[in-house]
Design a protein around this ligand. Structure first.
Ligand SMILES: Cc1cc2nc3c(=O)[nH]c(=O)nc-3n(C[C@H](O)[C@H](O)[C@H](O)COP(=O)(O)OP(=O)(O)OC[C@H]3O[C@@H](n4cnc5c(N)ncnc54)[C@H](O)[C@@H]3O)c2cc1C
Length: 578
């Protein structure tokens, strides 16, 4: 068995890492108010794999022998646990289906190639033998981009890139690194940091996702304001396709026709397997500081975020939670465990009391975090400019204490979904991007859409949001929703999620800013890029992969859409929902 790290088979991340609420006194009352349930102590430490009812592999002996011949028998695995780990990503519905033994169609074999030549041989064999190849990075897809089509009759091969995990070279003069696609975030940063460099790309899923996966899904990290989205970071790449390797050299910029680089970024395995990437890397910053600010209202906070951009302050990130998310965030504060922390908690209560006296509605206030990197002087200058902008919008500067806490906790939140599922609650996300001029409308309409779904289901549901990645022209809004589920969970989830997604499109926003398309978002592609645009993309996939051997059914024309659970073929016409 190859030495490749995987997430736990039944949920997010690693075994023995849990979300706990007993040390957070405000959490259970907040959940009760938000979704009307009483939290129980966590029961589930792990799930015994013996409970999984795994469909048998359908691979023939002849096919397995051919794959063994390419990657070596140890690196072609048909054993159940490995196939289950590779059957889906970590969308909440993937996790739920796994826990409920609802494996629609799982890979018949998982192969771990150890070189680009082996990937080429696999690709050629897949076309020759009419196999389905699904590239696998960290398995953190949240848009159902890894599952085989449920009705797939052919042999399905999951191609795990985990053995291709090295930083191969760094062009120190140009700040460019050549890195293998299967490297996980922490392993890559460790190799870069040891030579004084960083990629600066830190998605929330950083610990369990790979460079190749980021490229294939058009990922964006929390520090994209400074380092760019993955599409800005990638300068060149190797993609293995039937008939040969596409090599795109690392170039700062080029005007050689439509961009092949852009075409492969976001292709979700449909155009071939990415084996190597040339990426921009940066020297680690001399100083890094995260400062927290409290704004009286969402509108004032959002205005401040836009003004920071207008003033060209060049922050590393600038993010603001709306009032609901601020309430949630405050409710996850731990009970003080020392005298110092007790004094600090009392100080916070006193601060809120003063703010109320000054006319603040503490239910409307919104917390923001801004990260600064650079030399000492540079950081000080940026902080000063932002302080002026924030105060101009009525903000209180909370300082670096809460900022540092946010920075430490940033990769923990995903574990909350596993905990909530155990409590019979779905907690999931929808994210989008829109021009600054549309953001308030997008926010309002997503709330209304979720609320209408909750009402139709007769549920007390919760929605909250933050603005994360920002650009000259606009920003990303990230929504989290939660509600108690019943036996009819497929219908309930589909109703809430489709309402929110449709509200994005109807409000002039995109159907996804950084989670990609997969099967989850594919029904809206025609509305997102226009029917003629979708046709052009269809033509590309048909020409590039006439046998539909490369992750078919993703991005466009997925058979397995949320509308199935609603008994419909496709989304309503644009605007019909509002
Ligand atoms: C809790 C949680 C938090 C998340 N936070 C973020 C976030 O902050 N920012 C963000 O951008 N995303 C986020 N995601 C989504 C996910 O982490 C990204 O889509 C990520 O880029 C996927 O990388 P991966 O290596 O896990 O790819 P996988 O999930 O393994 O694969 C994703 C898709 O890419 C294809 N693929 C993978 N590797 C290759 C390759 N080498 N060549 C060709 N195709 C390939 C797969 O076939 C599949 O279609 C989050 C997901 C979860 C569950």
């Amino acid at each position: 068995m190859p030495n490749v790290k995987h997430q736990k088979w039944w949920g997010w991340g690693e075994e023995n890492v849990f979300f706990t609420w007993q040390n957070k006194p405000a959490f259970a009352p907040m959940v009760k108010r938000a979704i009307g349930i009483d939290l129980r102590p966590r029961q589930r430490d792990t799930v015994d794999f013996a409970t999984a009812q795994v469909p048998e592999t359908r691979i023939s002996t002849e096919q397995l022998e051919i794959l063994n011949g390419i990657v070596g028998a140890d690196n072609a695995v048909t054993e159940d646990h490995t196939r289950v780990v590779h059957w889906a990503g970590k969308a909440v519905t993937d996790i739920l289906k796994t826990l409920q033994n609802r494996f629609d169609r799982i890979p018949d074999v998982v192969v771990y190639p150890g070189s680009e030549d082996e990937v080429q041989a696999l690709v050629d064999a897949a076309v020759e033998l009419d196999l389905v190849l699904i590239p696998f990075g960290g398995g953190s897809s949240i848009s159902r981009s890894l599952q085989p089509r449920p009705e797939e009759e052919r042999t399905v091969v999951s191609v795990d890139l985990g053995r291709l995990n090295k930083v191969l070279e760094i062009d120190e003069t140009s700040g460019l690194a050549r890195i293998q696609a299967g490297v996980l975030g922490p392993d890559m940063e460790e190799q870069l940091n040891s030579r004084g460099w960083t990629l600066g790309h830190f998605p929330d899923s950083f610990n369990h996702s790979t460079l190749g996966g980021w490229a294939a899904t058009r990922s964006s990290g929390m520090q994209s304001d400074k380092y760019g989205d993955i599409a800005d970071i990638i300068r060149g790449m190797n993609v293995v396709r039937q008939g040969g390797l596409v090599t795109l050299r690392p170039l700062p910029s080029t005007s050689t026709g439509p961009s092949l680089r852009e075409m492969f970024i976001g292709s979700e395995g449909r155009l071939g397997i990415i084996t190597e990437l040339w990426v921009q890397v940066h020297r680690e910053a001399e100083q890094r500081e995260v400062i927290a600010y409290m704004f009286p209202t969402w509108q004032q906070g959002l205005t401040a975020m836009r003004k920071i951009h207008e003033a060209e302050v060049h922050t590393t990130f600038a993010r603001i939670s709306d009032a609901h998310e601020t309430e949630f965030s405050l409710a996850t504060q731990k009970a003080p465990t020392s005298l110092k922390k007790t004094i600090s908690a009392k100080g916070q209560d006193a601060l809120w009391a003063v703010m109320r006296k000054r006319g603040w509605d503490t239910k409307a206030m919104c917390i923001a975090y801004v990260c600064y990197e650079g030399s000492k002087d540079d950081v000080a200058r940026k902080k000063k400019t932002v302080a002026g902008i924030a105060k101009g919008q009525g903000a209180l500067i909370l300082g670096s204490g809460p900022g540092a806490l946010y920075d430490q906790k940033k990769f923990d939140t995903p574990y909350l979904r596993d905990f909530l599922l155990e409590q019979g609650v779905i907690g999931d996300v929808s994210e989008t991007a829109a021009p600054w001029s549309q953001l308030t409308t997008v926010h309002k309409n997503a709330y209304a859409a979720a609320q209408s779904a909750f009402e139709e289901l007769g549920k007390t549901g919760w929605i909250m949001s933050h603005m994360s990645h920002s650009y000259h022209a606009g920003a990303c809004l990230y929504f989290t929703f939660a509600f108690e589920i019943s036996d009819n969970v497929d219908h309930e989830y589909a109703l809430v999620k489709t309402r929110i997604q449709q509200s994005f499109i109807d409000s002039g926003a995109t159907l996804s800013h950084h989670h990609g398309v997969g099967a989850e978002h594919s029904p809206w592609m025609e509305q997102d890029v226009s029917p003629a645009g979708a046709d052009l993309m269809r033509g590309l996939f048909a020409t590039a992969d006439p046998g539909q051997n490369f992750n078919p059914g993703k991005i466009l024309d997925s058979p397995d859409t949320l509308y199935r659970a609603l008994g419909q073929d496709q989304p309503p016409a644009p605007g019909a929902q509002s």
